[in-house]
Design a protein around this ligand. Sequence first.
Ligand code: GLA
Length: 339
Amino acid sequence: MKASFGILPDGTQANLYTITGGGITATVTDFGAHLVSVLVPDRDGNVSDVVLGFDDANGYRTGNGGYLGATVGRNANRIKGASFMIDDVRIRLTPNEGENSLHSGPNGFHLRMWELVRQRENLVTLHLLSPQGDQGFPGKADIYVTYALEKGGQLKIIYDGVCDRDTVLNLTNHSYFNLAGQEKTDAAMGQELIIPGRFFNPDDAENIPTGELRSVEGTPMDFRIPKAIGRDINTPYEPLEFQGGYDHNWEVFCTPCAILRDPDSGREMAVSTDCPGIQFYAGNFLNETGKGGIPYGYRQGVALETQFYPDSVHHPEWPQPFVKAGQHYHSETTYKFSW
Ligand code: GLA
């Protein structure tokens, strides 16, 4: 199903695509390839929208400093000094967080019009042509993102890409989840999280990894046994103090690499991915006016972003986000809902 999602200032019509399958319904817009809604039943069959977002494309265009539902690329997360090397050539991006690059700078993929290339009842595929030199990255890249709803409550997000020069491809989705329903704004910190990862990346005060991979053992970063997100978030612990709460990358240790649970509604979401890392961000700076005018504030939704480790372009010892000219980039993340 296709509906209008508003008209952009340049006159472009933005569209909203509805897909259904596996017991859930989702909507996706071609403006920024944002995931707009995910409707999931609770244990009594009451359906709620479990992701934060806006009512129309212009909400995503003007109000979305927090990247709600965004498809982030070419490179998700931060790059120190907004600069790095490919094949002995220095690549310079536009800094947009101090001296550093956050989510590839001011002209992110979430601010582009994507083109519909395929729609079925349970899936939609969007395409973006990222031109030569886009955001400072080498080469011209064809990027595809597919949202598919599959049996057993699975929302699959599939990324494909190919570039005509050696470049970086490291895409993610930046949805904020609130399994109680996006309108129950005070519920997120009471939800339980499991992250089996044994290590996380401590960051400096600018959110750039120090290079250390630190064991979670005995720290507030240990989510190997389920606990409410809010339980330890205010513990005096330098990585939490620097970032104002959880906003860190964990190793992806196994499948699933994270499970979020809302004890009240019975909804659960398990995250699986082929990516090496998962950034858990507790919405510490969230401040948007969202769907139906609902104010989303401090820690009222949580993001679980699968990706290469932040700033991995400067850490050859970590898994690397580089692709060769002509090489097929493919990555999949599944958010599996149950209730
Ligand atoms: C972006 C990042 C998050 C977090 C916030 C801080 O949204 O993706 O991980 O660092 O910025 O405002």
